[in-house]
Design a protein around this ligand. Sequence first.
Ligand code: S3P
Length: 433
Amino acid sequence: MNARFAPSGPLRGELRAPPDKSISHRAALVGAMAAGEVRVTGYLDAADTRSTLAAVRALGAEVDAGPDAIVIRGCGLRGARETPEPIDVGNAGTLMRLLPGWLAAQEGRSWTLDGDASIRRRPVDRVAEPLRLMGAEIEATDGRFPPFSVRGTRLRGIHYELPVASAQVKSCVLLAGLAADGATTVTEPAPSRDHTERMLTAAGVPVERHGRYVTVSSTEELALDAVHVPGDPSSAAFMAAAAVLVGGSRVTIRDVGVNWTRIGFLRILERMGAVVVGELEADDTSPVPAAEPVSDLEVAAGPLAGTVVEGDEVPLAIDELPLVGLLGCFAEGETIVRGAEELRVKESDRIATVVEALTALGGDAEATDDGFVVRGTGGLRGGTVHSHGDHRLAMLGAVAGLASREGVEVVDMDAADVSYPGFAADLRTLTAG
Ligand code: S3P
């Protein structure tokens, strides 16, 4: 379905961002791997995280979804059962890359994982390689794409140096390490989101972090009691960007997760000159905390200056980089994103699709091999944005519409349901406020 977003007056009021997608996936997976009962409050009810619940049910976990919480009775670290059909991960890259970590340790059992058209373009060799080094057998289409099969074996711990900073790959190896012989260490080239490490710590696993090294040891069982999923900073980012871009806006977003590995975008916003008030977590928490910090955020519109995003900052803002491009159209001077070639293998090729969208709306944006350069032109005219089935592109188009001179038509706005089903309604609440 297409949707039109007209130029808007100031956004006012408050809202709650939807629950965190990354933490919800992990709650379902770690809950399914645990031995007892896990109560999860605030689980995200969206297409991606429904795929994860369906997957863990098929693997033998019991999931009771009640009005206040979902309760998961897991099948244990080594107790996943074979499924008669391939496991359908839908559009969920996180499910596709984390789940094999659990499955690879199930001796003598095998599975096939598949998903939608976008998933079939996303590489799985990045998880196949370390899992093979641990002893698992993985066969992927053309050596690197879904559908792919995982045959579980007795795994051995490894020390794996991640070639790219990817929380999905790090998490996959750490989950596999739980049931492997000996210790498993992952080294990251730069810090990425650490929700898996925190949740495993909460589940009683000794997780050691020294700089860029993370180590887990062979574990008998996981004991996770309860998980509360905070608001998703990546979803909140769209509301924050709208508030920053539409003159006179002031918005409060309640209960947002402010784990330091997720708030790169808020730091970039501040650097560009926006007003952001909240209790953000300080960098590099050590030892690994079990808790996920939460804060209300207040965001207000203001004049913006261009900025450069590169290096260690990229993984901390990876899903929000499209918004940095949008903000750049409204900022004074140039906004440059570098070292972000990972954007090419997201739900769409986000270097190409962001540049296409901004250019179609009258912006001055140029793709580079590893990012983009946007020159501020005082705003955007408006026009049509194709989501390409990418939830973050759909929401970017909507925010651009509110801040544009003539409005934006978003083709396939339904893509937003992957992470933020109430997105358009929430925007309307703020624009009516
Ligand atoms: C995620 C990690 C990131 C991110 C994705 C969610 C996760 O992907 O882009 O939306 O939950 O671990 P990569 O690990 O591929 O960087």
